[in-house]
Design a binder for this molecule. Structure first.
Ligand code: HXC
Length: 273
């Protein structure tokens, strides 16, 4: 008996950028677990091959393909390779990101450009490459773009990433309307702090930083990367067939803020009557 037939991705093929580590790797494994073929794309071959091997070990089918999402020709080649291997493409998870913490006044033009190029231009390069193929072949599709809640709250020290992620949210909403006529759905997922071994954890590498981050989350923990992958699988599936242009926040309540109006009650505080 199939456990959850509606959420199945059986027979479909997706591309996951930044698929070698962290949320991307967990997402690739989840999509494969739902029956999809997966092409994992990233700059470094080794982690991609590790993920592809793990998918195969679990009985799935994955292709590891190296490409920098900043290079439109390399992205086109990745999509081509995915279609050659699996005979189709049904959508994309834009997970590749670049980030580092820097005071805005210290950020060099190249530092700004590197992050905006990966996050905003990279998302566009991949989205347009996959969507053009869907539109040309008259097939529907679904996309999930991994953003962050600071896309709308902003966040000191990450002006490059926050601005780029805000651009991705608006790109998603625009295309959700523009490409609805092709049966293409696009949504964002906005994870809060997520447990990974990858570059994201560099933002809270020191124990005191980690503690500060956890204490800002009402649920008092990091997300598991597999929790984010699970939600992405849902958004890509037909079960979310009426959801487009949405942002699914999975941040343990962190972005709802910590306004303080009185004595602490629970996580925050309430105004005194
Ligand atoms: C200041 C820095 C810097 C740092 C790089 N730069 N790191 N400036 N502090 N820590 C500057 C460099 O000096 C250079 O500018 C410019 O940025 C480009 O750096 P390169 O190393 O040459 O670029 P590149 O090799 O393309 O690397 C891109 C990168 C890198 C973004 C800088 O960190 C990267 O590739 N990261 C990939 C993985 C990653 O970061 N993932 C994090 C995702 S987590 P100059 O002027 O010197 O030439 C995420 C979500 C977090 O985004 C959400 C939390 C809730």
């Amino acid at each position: 008996m199939e456990e959850n037939p509606v959420e199945s991705l059986a027979g479909r093929a997706f591309l996951v950028t930044g698929g070698g580590t962290g949320i991307g790797a967990a997402t690739a494994l989840r999509l494969a677990g739902l029956g999809a073929s997966v092409t994992v794309v990233g700059r470094r071959k080794e982690p991609l091959e590790t993920v592809a091997a793990e998918v195969a070990r679990r009985g799935g089918d994955a292709l590891a393909h190296t490409a920098d999402v900043r290079d439109p020709d390399a992205v086109d080649a990745a999509v081509e390779a995915a279609v050659d291997r699996f005979g189709r493409i049904d959508g994309l998870v834009n997970n590749a990101a670049g980030n580092f913490v820097a005071a805005a006044e210290d950020l060099s033009p190249n530092g700004w450009r590197a992050v905006v190029d990966i996050v905003l231009n990279g998302t566009w390069n991949c989205t347009s490459a996959v969507a053009r193929r869907l539109i040309d072949t008259g097939r529907p599709g679904s996309f999930v773009n991994v953003v962050a809640t600071y896309a709308w709250t902003g966040h000191p020290g990450t002006v490059h990433s926050a601005a780029a992620k805000a651009g991705v949210v608006t790109m998603t909403r625009t295309l959700a309307v523009e490409w609805a006529r092709y049966g293409i759905r696009l949504n964002c997922i906005a994870p809060g702090p997520t447990e990974t071994d990858g570059a994201g954890s560099a933002l809270w590498a020191a124990p005191e930083d980690r503690e500060r981050v956890v204490s800002s989350v009402p649920l008092r923990r990091f997300a598991g990367a597999e929790e984010i992958g699970d939600l992405t699988g849902f958004l890509l599936s037909d079960r979310a067939g009426y959801v487009t242009g949405a942002v699914l926040t999975a941040d343990g309540g962190q972005s709802l803020g910590r306004q303080v109006y009185g004595p602490p009650i629970g996580d925050g505080a309430v105004a005194r009557g």
